[in-house]
Design a protein around this ligand. Structure first.
Ligand SMILES: Cc1ncc(COP(=O)(O)O)c(C=O)c1O
Length: 481
């Protein structure tokens, strides 16, 4: 029954034992003493030696389990208590049910795996600061110790982990791949023949939709803001090669919803939005593979700008589940997850994932395209849409720390020195970041890694991809290159 016992040593507040049993994790918090189980295809669970009574009861329940054990409080409590103490879920739902509902689906990516690298950060004392991150050097360990060994490593040198989602696909990578992970199978399941979405000329999202749809035989219609450039490059070129591009004057683009809807209706008489498909997949599963849809007719699905829809969240939550596995970061390590925010959807997905899995992870998002009020509204909207579609009763008061960038700027602009900063990181580590999005997350991760040195939280940056954006910037900001 109990197949393995192992003491993790001094770096945990009390000795923990490690037992194995298929598909179960038992987590017992030290204060307050409570436990819960999850069934997430993992084979380990932990308990505190100090609480033999609770443990005895928990073990008994686990091995005789049916129905599943719930936390005695039957509540969702994110362990990021400093930022979201009011997050609760009512008693009818459990984390386990929630995760099954979210993760038990067809996916685009065959598995959620991703590479994790470790960036060491060294401050040069002798050299005067020159430019962005000028007095800091970086080096990359592309094969860091993870799992149990990660717990033993105690930050005596500043470093942060980087989740290399930019390596997922040559053209559909980073958060685009995560957002489309659950989204495209939903379109397929509901016999969508066409999709329409929008973005700027260099939209990584529009290009990712075009490529992924082409891979599945779905027609992608892309409404790109502004005029067609003289020479196409970067994501703009990819969008043109894989999708049906229409350039839309900025005045019309300003009302995105109207623009998307009227374009959709100009192509098909059957137009649906993703949230409706998601909701229908629970209330009317598979029957929306509608018999009423005439053969060879088009069914158009509207995808919002940046895939800022609730169905973009499960793919990000799936990533969090992967990262929390025992052989990656585990579930007990304090983590600060850093991400750059456009619509804010990726950050919210990370926050929900951490909450649902009860992880002591804090999500910090650098605001790049909106105000804090805008991001909070977006967070509230996404959570309520997810809950509405999945029938989940979560109330919330902020899952994400929304922070200003150190050097704020108008969205899409590039400041002097930013290209050089990206160049420096590329040369020193082999990791390419772009000045619009991922540079901001890198800066914050680097800063936090210095603050969290020696016993603090582990810092993890999610690389959200977008590297082809550099081509568009080279065209637009010639003098910087
Ligand atoms: C490379 C990159 N990083 C980050 C983002 C922002 O992601 P989100 O809209 O989920 O905040 C985007 C997208 O729009 C992007 O292209």
């Amino acid at each position: 029954m109990v197949t393995n016992t192992h003491c993790f040593g001094n770096h945990l507040p009390q000795p923990y034992f490690h037992f194995q049993r298929e598909n179960d994790i038992l987590l017992i918090d030290i204060v307050p003493f409570h436990f819960h189980t999850l069934s997430l295809q993992t084979s380990s669970f932990y308990f505190s030696r100090a609480n033999k009574q609770i443990l005895k009861h928990a073990m008994k329940s686990i091995f005789q389990r049916k129905p599943p054990i719930l936390s005695p409080r039957h509540e969702f409590h994110s362990q990021c208590s400093s930022i979201n103490p009011q997050v609760v879920c009512n008693s009818s739902s459990t984390r386990e049910e929630f995760m099954i509902k979210i993760l038990d689906r067809r996916w685009t990516l065959t598995n959620p795996d991703t590479k994790v690298h470790q960036i060491k950060v060294s401050t040069l004392q002798t050299q005067p600061t020159s430019g962005l991150l000028g007095n800091v050097t970086f080096s990359n360990n592309s094969n860091p110790s993870l799992g149990e060994n990660l717990m033993e490593w105690n930050n005596d040198q500043s470093s942060f982990y980087i989740v290399r989602d930019d390596l997922l696909h040559p053209l559909v990578n980073g958060n685009k791949a995560r957002k489309l992970d659950a989204l495209l199978p939903l379109v397929e399941d509901h016999l969508g023949t066409d999709v329409v979405t929008c973005g700027g000329c260099q939209s990584a999202h529009a290009a990712a939709v075009a490529v992924s749809c082409a891979e599945r035989g779905i027609n992608a219609h892309l409404l790109l803001r502004g005029e067609q450039p003289q020479i196409l490059t970067g994501y703009n070129l990819i969008s043109m090669l894989y999708g049906n591009v229409t350039y839309v004057p900025r005045s019309l683009y300003a009302n995105r919803q109207k623009m998307l809807t009227s374009h959709a209706h100009s192509i098909s008489t059957t137009v649906v939005c993703l949230d409706d498909l998601l909701e229908a997949s629970f209330t009317n599963h598979k029957s929306t593979k509608s018999n009423s849809q005439p053969l060879n007719s088009k069914k158009m699905v509207i995808i919002n700008e940046g895939a800022g829809d609730a169905i973009a969240l499960p793919g990000v939550i799936r990533l969090v589940e992967y990262l929390s596995r025992d052989y990656v970061f585990g579930k007990n390590q304090r983590m600060k997850i850093v991400v750059d925010a456009g619509t804010g959807t990726t950050a919210v997905g990370l926050g929900i994932g951490a909450l649902c899995l009860g992880l002591p992870w804090e999500v910090t998002a650098v605001m790049l395209a909106d105000t804090i009020e805008g991001y909070k509204k977006k967070e509230e909207h996404l959570i309520s849409e997810l809950c509405r579609c999945f029938g989940l009763p979560i109330m919330h008061k902020g899952l994400v720390h929304w922070v200003q960038r150190q050097h704020p700027r108008k969205f899409g602009n590039v400041l002097k020195g930013e290209i050089e900063a990206c160049q420096k990181m590329a040369k020193e580590t082999g990791v390419l970041v772009d000045p619009i999005y991922t540079l901001a997350a890198w800066e914050l991760a680097s800063q936090l890694s210095q603050q969290e040195k020696k016993g603090g939280a582990k810092v993890v940056m999610l690389h959200t991809g977008g590297t082809l954006g550099m081509f568009g910037l080279a065209q637009r900001y010639k003098s910087y290159f």
